[in-house]
Design a protein. Structure first.
Lengths: 225, 220, 220, 225
């Protein structure tokens, strides 16, 4: 059964807005391509979060348009962006050292599957969809905090599973899972459901997740406005 | 003083079957005129080492579309569907590798190291066929150095001593690739008389010859 | 925005027995005011990781003369006879290591690698007690990452975001040390509002706090 | 028996001048501290040899004095120098990568001992003289060509030996040995004497070298003017 209570846009907004709450001023954050990129739109103006990308920019600003576009300043998705005040450029060796070396406070990325041990699959469906891992494996293994921000299911297909069946991006590295329906903490005891979208019932969640999970004593409603 | 040559002249020594590293992240900081000359020359059976295969109609992507690549070692092919098609149809041998691992392998070659231990990919298929080692209770993959016969790289400004400086996000893998090939050819946006020694990013020692993009000898 | 503090304040958290990396090649590109503050504070039993022990009356050398160092990991002590004396008299534990190996060990720590294979020192006493590995018929020494509780580094210009740029031969080990310590303190010749993002050598992400040499808060 | 036919200054001049002949235009060369540094004085004006040092300078010029001195630009001996046109500065990771990675065409360094296999000892006399190796081990292992330029004996004590007894700097890496009395090529067959200072006899050489060596069919006189 596929629930279609939310538009694509609203789904993305709920996820991105929720993910944006995970940061504090001074944090250095890397956002994956696609949905995670939208997280930047929901960071409060007065919160100084610094965005990093593996193509060599610390201090990513807004997308640039028209005369402000400079093809020599892009983000990891190939989009021309602004370098904010205090930004710096560097090479791939430095970029990946930042990522793998534990210097990034948090990374937000999408996933094809996440499992109850915190393993994540995000870079290939054998013989079907093989974009490659780019810098994702380095990011996931190195970031202090790994946040998966993804649509709850893939057109009804369960994505939060007992054990990933697709090739992994990393084994046991995910800390938090955010979807439009709920939020899971990944703990040594397994997944803990901490927030639920009031538009969905506990049964909706149970039916759309094949992983075992614990319900938090402090279960809260997600902010969906 | 380094030789300044045309793009056409620069790629002439690249023969069928050569291994070529090409700098650039998508179409940013990529030696596009050198690639055009290599496409024009139509050298085949190349092994290409690069961050990605860009887009089908752009720079590195053209070498794929023109079927010049036999083996590809890269981190991401998602922006070029033709790479995926050739891979699925068995026309090209693709080795996908984490970006940090590729960078460190290239750097190791240039720095004379025998390899590095990377945590990236442990517990994934990246580990397959590779030696692993435990250090202080943590598992790592042993990654070997990788070099090339030629490196085609980009530089924003290059002086006659081969020193290179960059603007924006154009550095990407150009810096490490400059250290790890027998012959390193840099395509400069501009050749200048001198670069402030404090602003040099790639020391001239690593560069063999220079091609100037806008004033390419063949096109002027 | 990074904290700007006095040298005295910056070194306060360094307690007896801490491991401290200190940048500088002899007396060039060295955080001399941070060292003076550490001498003043008289913290003892330190492990010091540095390129050399400079001269007896200068920067790093003062920490030796003041007998604050229990263990020293370095590449050269020839310019400071007091280091040699303390070593011969068993007052200090000195580990001498090839410069490239020390740099790579520090870099490996900062870059999250489990170690590197170095060709340097094969067939010499550098090999003693270390694991060796053969790669493609060549022997290498397995060198482990090394980090520190604190890194005291030098920067010519530092902006309020922690970005660092350098003038002359002052970079030396400051760049790798910035990546490999829990707390990184940079002594700036000058704190500036902004550095051209193309001229930044150490990205601000690696820096924890800044001390300005000439306008040090305690001395103004 | 110690031969004292040559002054200290003349000895050094003969060695440095001979070593300077080993380069061609465009070569990148690293000179050790002490005697090897003097080699730079004998490079012909029109020959563009580039000097590199491990403290971060490619394109070392003359020593600077007076108002031209800048303590932020030094050579590996701590002496203030000029950065020539076309010079660049870099960090220790780059410097040592150049050296260890095979990017330096030649290095000239002194030695305590060199042996007939091309092994070199230059960084310590146990319990007596222990300056440390600095960048010397990386240089010797990585340079395309390793040239030892040293006084023939240490106050009469033999330095060109069958097998080094002092701790090694590198095993089998030396290509050429230059002293004020003679020049040896290090070959797979052993040491080959290629040049001799006309002030010395073959017996002088044999008595002052404990290594076995072959005399080249093309043995020449060294230029000592």
């Amino acid at each position: 059964m596929e629930l279609t209570l939310l538009s694509k846009e609203k789904t993305r907004e709920i996820i991105a807005r929720r993910a944006a709450k995970e940061f504090k001023s001074g944090d250095v954050v890397t956002l994956g391509i696609g949905l995670p990129t939208a997280v930047a739109n929901y960071i409060p103006e007065d919160q100084h979060v610094i965005f990093q990308s593996e193509n060599g920019l610390l201090g990513i600003g807004k997308n640039t348009t028209g005369d402000n576009m400079d093809k020599r300043i892009i983000n990891a998705g190939g989009i021309c962006v602004e370098a904010k005040k205090g930004a710096c450029f560097y090479d791939a060796a430095t970029a990946l050292s930042m990522m793998r070396g534990g210097h990034i406070d948090a990374t937000v990325l999408g996933a094809l599957q996440v499992d109850e041990e915190g393993s994540i699959a995000s870079w290939m469906i054998p013989n079907k969809f093989v974009p490659g891992m780019g810098g994702a494996m380095d990011l996931v293994i190195g970031s202090k905090r790994v946040i998966v921000a993804m649509e709850h299911t893939n057109k009804g297909e369960v994505k939060i599973v007992k054990k990933c069946t697709l090739p992994l991006t990393a084994y046991r590295e995910v800390d938090l899972i955010i979807t439009e329906r709920c939020v899971f903490d990944v703990t040594p005891d397994g997944l803990v459901l901490t927030e639920i979208n009031p538009m969905f019932s506990m049964d909706d969640i149970k039916e759309s997740v094949s992983a075992d999970f614990i319900i938090s004593d402090n279960l809260k409603y997600m902010d969906i406005d | 003083m380094k030789k300044i040559v045309s793009a056409k002249e620069a790629v002439k020594k690249i023969k069928d079957g050569a291994t070529v590293m090409i700098g650039g992240f998508l179409s940013c900081g990529v030696p596009d005129k050198l690639i055009d000359a290599l496409v024009e020359q139509n050298t085949k059976n190349l092994t290409m080492i690069c961050n990605d295969t860009s887009y089908p109609d752009a720079d590195k992507g053209k070498l794929i579309v023109n079927k010049q690549i036999k083996k590809l070692i890269t981190t991401h092919i998602g922006t070029n569907p033709e790479t995926g098609r050739q891979m699925n149809d068995g026309e090209i041998d693709v080795e996908l590798t984490p970006m940090g691992t590729l960078v460190e392998r290239i750097r190791a070659k240039g720095a004379g190291l025998g390899g590095v231990l990377a945590p990236t990919g442990v517990g994934t298929i990246v580990e397959n066929g590779k030696k692993t080692m435990e250090v202080d209770g943590k598992k790592y993959i042993f990654e070997k150095p990788i070099g090339a016969d030629f490196a085609l790289i980009y530089g924003t400004k290059v002086d006659r001593f081969g020193n290179v400086s960059f603007y924006g996000t154009t550095r990407n893998m150009n810096t490490v690739m400059a250290t790890a090939a027998d012959t390193v050819i840099v395509q400069a946006d501009e050749i200048v008389d001198e670069i402030d020694p404090n602003e040099v990013v790639i020391p001239g020692i690593f560069i063999d010859c220079i091609v100037e993009r806008e004033k390419d000898l063949e096109t002027v």
